[in-house]
Design a binder for this molecule. Structure first.
Ligand code: GUN
Length: 283
């Protein structure tokens, strides 16, 4: 294998370890950071994500509340719950697991969360703060990608970063983060033709589309840093990314595995954002 693996699992574990110490000293001063997670319905993927988030909180010592609603819950009821959590002094971060059922407007729900408690970084106020390079909250996956690059000591300034995917959760905020770090950024999407013309120019390639084997060895520049955000099930039911890992790893300089790459970083950044929210609200 040519590329060095970026071990997101190990980087995230080290971050959690450091957080434990930080939280212990917060607690010694009588202050406990708290996260509320709202889950609507019984989508198996959402249930599994939420379980992981609650488990992570327990591990590092963050107080967490899981609030569950049936699939049939009204928008009004959900918004009332968010209002309550906005006022709750023991809760510093609020996360509503997406997707939500069709009777509920995701944008209304996101915008009901106080921006200071929006640890997902989805509120338009926080998105605007990212655009204008102000202090706010950045969504967890893009923030985790930057932390991974920091962990392997890769400077971003002046690099050509190609982001494939333009979602509100990953592609757009990742592009803005890289831009704020003085990278030259190209954003590609489903209408980009030919995709490989752009991906081949990337010093850092971020694949965040959700399609198995979208990126092959011929699509990258030798020695590129390849960040795979994809989480797809292949025909055998195995979790795979957007990158054809076996062939790309022979040509890349660094590559993230799936699983064990970006996923654990996303999870740990939620804890980081919760601590950040708690610190800011405790001032
Ligand atoms: N559903 C899939 N990813 C996410 C995420 O990062 N945050 C929330 N709230 N829901 C999600």
């Amino acid at each position: 294998m040519g590329a060095q693996l970026i071990d997101g699992k190990a980087i995230a574990a080290a971050k959690r370890q450091a957080m434990k110490t930080r939280i212990e000293s917060m607690k010694a001063q009588g202050f406990v950071p708290g996260l509320a997670v709202i889950l609507v319905g019984e989508n198996p993927a959402s249930m599994s994500y939420v379980k992981g988030k609650i488990r992570d909180c327990k591990e590092v010592g963050i107080y967490s509340e899981l609030i569950r609603f049936p699939e049939t819950v009204t928008e009004e009821r959900l918004l009332a719950e968010i209002d309550k959590l906005n006022e709750d002094k023991t809760i510093h971060g609020i996360l509503v697991q997406l997707p939500l059922p069709s009777q509920i407007s995701e944008q209304k729900v996101i915008q009901a969360i106080r921006p200071e408690k929006d640890v997902d970084g989805f509120h338009p106020i926080n998105v605007g703060r990212l655009v204008t390079k102000q202090e706010g909250f950045v969504s967890c996956t893009p923030a985790g990608i930057i932390e991974m690059l920091k962990a392997i000591d890769v400077p971003v300034a002046g690099k050509h970063v190609v982001v494939v995917g333009r979602s509100n959760i990953v592609g757009k905020p990742a592009s803005l983060l890289f831009l704020n770090l003085d990278a030259t950024v190209t954003i590609c999407h489903s209408k980009t033709k030919p995709l490989s013309k752009y991906t081949q120019q990337a010093d850092i390639l971020v694949a965040a589309v959700g399609r198995e084997a979208l990126i092959h060895a011929e699509d990258i520049k030798p020695g590129a840093i390849v960040i795979d955000v994809g989480m797809n099930r292949n025909a055998a039911g195995k979790l795979v990314g957007d990158v054809a890992f076996e062939e790309v790893k022979e040509k890349a300089g660094f590559i993230t595995p799936v699983p064990g790459g970006v996923g654990p970083m996303t999870r740990v950044m939620l804890l980081e954002n919760t601590l950040l929210a708690a610190d800011r609200q405790n001032k």
